[in-house]
Design a protein around this ligand. Structure first.
Ligand SMILES: Nc1ncnc2c1ncn2[C@@H]1O[C@H](COP(=O)(O)OP(=O)(O)OP(=O)(O)O)[C@@H](O)[C@H]1O
Ligand SMILES: [Mg+2]
Length: 433
């Protein structure tokens, strides 16, 4: 506005100034040219006005035309930009509104600013109610620390992914897989987006699959375990019979009997623990201890099949990871079982536990029939099995469990020579130890 007034003032001053100069000069010229001839002077006076009007008219036309042209052009540009803005806004709105995931826009203070329809469905609250809330208010107490940790790291401009348990409006607990992203405008974090998917049902199905696979493994192990327990029972019976006949308690016999009873006790308690329905709970775990327990259990099946199973003596005994020990056992059992099944007549399975680059590495080496590369590529696909009575779920479950432990499961194999299965899992952080 100020600029327009200034420009108009400038033009008017120029007009007055040029007009005045024109009057003075043209008067002077007409007088000089006319000298004493009055009719010539009149002629000049008559036409100089017309000349002035014509010339200023032409100049004015040029000026106005130029100005109007620029004005219209910049107006068109403005309309185009506005249209572009609207289109991009609609694009963004579509991504927001029709996203199958819940999307929350959150302020730097943690307040929910906007939410899409899926966000309402996931939480059970309306947009109006959510706008009065913070994500932290939806989060269950146990996950609050973790949420705040991620929130703070995202404020530093780093995106984060995590699983968060929330309480819906109707009191239901739901598990969300979330991505938290910074909104960066002019190189500054102005807020956050949280994109979340409800994975409660998916996780429950996965849990069911793992649990039913475990039951099937226990069922398959039962025969070998019963066999393993029957042998010491037979020898116990023999010793009892001898002592009955001699009416004497032999110390040497008693020592053997004691160790046989201990072994039966160990195997049956391991079997009982394995069979128990347990909640998934991640805790600091000594990997060596878990491997040892599995070897005790699986020795039965290995012996039954003429396979020697051993945990390498050099294995490190103090390696800690964050794990659910029960699920970890399930993985180890499945891999050893596969090894035993891959050995035709007799053979061995060697288990080693080492630590490198912040990771625990567990290797199972068998000298069984091995696998071709094509078969290696297939393992882990649910229901893929080359065995007559195999479910093909063993390794599918192993992959799932190892993925939950943020680890990796790898196979190296040569047909006719054997297979090496390697598991790597990050070590427990210092803070947990
Ligand atoms: N150590 C191994 N040596 C050779 N082949 C193996 C080995 N481990 C797995 N496999 C192959 O991978 C396939 C899939 O294994 P997975 O454990 O998933 O199912 P399965 O053993 O066939 O069935 P289930 O585990 O239910 O008894 C097996 O059928 C077998 O062909
Ligand atoms: Mg198997």
């Amino acid at each position: 506005m100020k600029y327009a007034r200034k420009a108009a003032f400038k033009v008017s001053i120029m007009y007055v100034f040029i007009g005045a100069i024109w009057v003075l000069i043209s008067d002077k010229i007409s007088r000089t040219l006319a000298q004493d001839r009055f009719e010539v002077y009149i002629f000049f006076q008559q036409y100089k006005g017309w000349f002035f009007v014509l010339t200023t008219g032409i100049i004015l036309y040029g000026l106005v035309y130029r100005r109007a042209y620029h004005l219209i052009q910049s107006q068109n540009e403005l309309i185009r930009k506005d249209h572009e803005l609207q289109t991009s806004n609609e694009h963004y709105q579509s991504l927001f509104k029709h996203n199958p995931d819940a999307v929350f826009e959150i302020s730097k203070e943690g307040q929910i600013l906007s939410v899409n329809p899926e966000g309402e469905a996931v939480t059970g609250y309306s947009t109006l109610q959510l706008k009065e809330m913070q994500i932290a208010e939806l989060t269950i107490e146990e996950d609050l620390d973790m949420y705040h940790r991620h929130f703070d790291s995202v404020l530093q401009g780093k995106a984060a992914e995590y699983e968060l348990r929330i309480m819906k409006q109707d009191g239901q607990r739901r598990l969300l897989r979330c991505s938290l992203l910074p909104i960066i405008v002019h190189a500054e974090v102005t807020g956050l987006f949280m994109i979340a998917r409800d994975i409660t049902n998916y996780r429950r199905d996965e849990e069911l699959m793992i649990a039913s696979e475990k039951l099937s493994v226990i069922g398959q192990m039962a025969a070998a375990v019963a066999h393993e327990i029957r042998n010491p029972l037979t020898s116990l019976r023999g010793f009892v019979q001898v002592m009955q006949a001699t009416k004497k308690a032999d110390d040497a016999y008693l020592a053997i009997m004691m160790s046989e009873i201990d072994r039966i006790n160990l195997i049956s308690s391991e079997m009982l623990i394995l069979g128990k329905k347990q909640h998934v709970s991640f805790q600091k775990t000594n990997v060596y201890e878990v491997l040892n327990q599995v070897v005790v259990l699986m020795e039965a099946q290995a012996n039954f099949n003429n396979v020697s199973l051993r945990l390498e003596a050099e294995s490190k005994q103090t390696i800690f990871i964050m794990s659910d020990p029960n699920q970890l056992k399930q993985v180890f059992i499945n891999i050893i079982k596969n090894g035993v099944e891959a050995i035709v007549d007799q053979g061995e399975i060697i288990v080693t536990l080492t630590e490198s680059q912040g990771q625990a590495m567990i290797q199972f080496k068998d000298n069984g029939i091995g696998m071709s590369q094509e078969r290696i590529n297939q393992v882990g696909t649910p229901f893929y099995s080359t065995k007559e009575s195999g479910t093909g779920l063993g390794l599918a479950v192993c992959f799932k469990i190892i993925e939950r432990h943020k680890g990796l499961l790898k196979f190296e194999s040569e047909k006719g020579k054997g297979t090496i299965v390697t598991i790597v899992i990050p070590l427990a952080e210092e803070s947990y130890i």
